[in-house]
Write a protein that binds this ligand. Structure first.
Ligand code: ADP
Length: 257
């Protein structure tokens, strides 16, 4: 399983009012790797995921998939705000992940139940989103993404709206489920620690328009725990990422260097 972006650019709007969001982005991802794109807000990370998912077309460049017919690989996208349907319960929301596949209702519900158990929510099958905490809703979103068994899992700041402790627990849960159901993941975040903890490889982006500035391999074996963040390798990676991001953040705040 692999795909590659070749010189992808994206501008929103037209002519003199166009906002360039991405410029000349090229990279490849393959196998069951966990790839993270780190960058400041507004550098085009979400735009990039939407292009990979086929939700928007690039203004220039192309995305190539390794499918024999050249078809787009099947993707699931997890957003920061989970995107659950409020009138459906947990079980139905997760089963919805299979809606566009040729899976009968009984089987969809059975498979959904399996992933709901995996994220520890079996007691909440009949609850509706408003009855759940934000962390629990995000777990439902993750279960829904995995149940669809996508060829590429796209994660857009999935833990961005969680408090620090809940985030740590959910990051570990995501790693555990991914370890069991390995697949190609493209994850975007502005959280450096999260990128180091989760990824095999990190691409660092700068913004306006978004470009890839650096590629970093994360050397830690799996399964991993939080201890990897205390190592010298992690400190080095943190510094390399922050060297790029600090400049960006200062520019966006107009802070003198
Ligand atoms: P990120 O996910 O890194 O925060 P986005 O991909 O959401 O970045 O946005 C990149 C840039 O494109 C930003 O300047 C944003 O304002 C702009 N942008 C995003 N979506 C649209 C849109 N639908 N119309 C116009 N501009 C947009």
């Amino acid at each position: 399983m692999s795909f590659a972006l070749h010189e992808v650019a994206k501008a929103y709007g037209h002519d003199r009012r166009a906002t360039p969001a991405l410029a000349g982005v090229s990279f490849a991802a393959r196998g069951a790797e966990f790839l993270t794109i780190v960058g400041p807000s507004g550098c085009g990370k979400t735009t990039l995921l939407k292009i990979i998912a086929g939700l928007i077309a690039p203004s220039a460049g192309r995305v190539a998939f390794d499918d024999p017919a050249g078809a787009r690989l099947r993707t699931s996208l997890v957003f920061q705000d989970h995107g659950l349907l409020p009138w459906y319960d947990v079980h139905e929301n997760v089963a919805l992940g299979l809606r566009f596949q040729d899976v009968g209702r009984a089987e969809a519900r059975e498979r959904a139940r399996h992933f709901i158990v995996q994220v520890g929510l079996e007691r909440f099958l009949r609850h509706h989103p408003h009855e759940l905490s934000i962390g629990m809703r995000q777990r439902v979103g993750i279960a829904r993404a995995f149940v669809a068994d996508p060829q590429i899992l796209l994660l857009d700041e999935p833990f961005g709206s969680l408090d620090a402790q809940t985030k740590l627990v959910l990051q570990q849960e995501l790693l555990r489920i991914w370890q069991e159901h390995r697949k190609l993941v493209v994850h975007v975040t502005h959280d450096i620690e999260e990128a180091i903890l989760l990824s095999d490889r990190i691409l660092v982006m700068s913004g306006r328009p978004g470009r890839i500035r650096e590629e970093i391999r994360v050397p830690f074996a799996r399964p991993r725990d939080l201890g990897v963040l205390d190592t010298r390798d992690a400190a080095d990676i943190r510094r390399r990422i922050w060297d790029i991001l600090e400049e960006e953040v200062r520019q966006s705040l107009w802070v003198p260097q």
